[in-house]
Structure formats: C-alpha cells, structure tokens
Design a protein around this ligand. Structure first.
Ligand code: FES
Length: 112
C-alpha cells in the first residue's frame, strides 16, 4: 500500500538569504507575532520569536555573535539554535524556535 505523507508544515517565502547581511537580522511580522531571522558570520540562518525570554526585548535588534544574539535591552546572550539563554542566565526561560529552511537561496519560514 502506498501512503502519501504530506508536509505538515506550511512554508512562506519571506525573501532571499542575501537580503540579510552576515551577522545581521531581519524582523518578519506575522499574524502570530514578530519573527526574527538571523544570519550568522558563517552564513547559517536561524529563526526565533522576536522576544527575549527575559523581558521581551526585540532580539532582531540585537548583535549577532557566533551562533548567538545579544539582547539589546539587558545583554543576555540567546542561543540561536535553541532559543535558550547562555552563560549565567541559562535555564531562565526560552524563546520559541521557528522552523526555517533555505531552498534555492530563498528563506522559507515554517508554520505548523
Ligand atoms: S529583555 Fe533581553 S536581556 Fe532583558
């Protein structure tokens, strides 16, 4: 018996990878809140809800370093892969990670 497995995630094209500079970020408004998309110095991309787990600071306005972003409000470092605070603030909350893929140089933001 053949079974057709459908992709359970709806993907939305939100622009070209190169629209985001290396070590930069972009805010994408969505009906369920703003999403921050980050591009690291080595060209990897990540997407998180645009709200710091501390007091909701806009992570899209933070400084990208390595695979983390420094929140612009109180300088917590947030791991871009997990959304979790790093260092002394580890374990103090978590920012939701949003599915993100790159296909043919385009950023596809997922919504399950
Ligand atoms: S709101 Fe981000 S560190 Fe305080």
């Amino acid at each position: 018996m053949n079974v057709l497995v459908k992709d359970p995630i709806a993907w939305t094209d939100v622009g070209a990878v190169t629209d985001i500079p290396l070590r930069g970020a972009r805010r994408v408004p969505t009906p369920s809140g703003d999403i921050a998309i980050f591009r690291t110095g080595d060209g990897k991309v990540f997407a998180l809800k645009d709200a710091c787990p501390h007091k909701g600071g806009p992570l899209s306005q933070g400084i990208v370093h390595g695979h983390a972003v420094a929140c612009p409000l109180h300088n917590w470092s947030i791991d871009l892969a997990s959304g979790e605070p790093m260092g002394a603030d580890r374990g103090k909350g978590c920012t939701p990670v949003v599915p993100l893929e790159v296909r043919d140089g385009r950023l596809l933001l997922g919504r399950s």
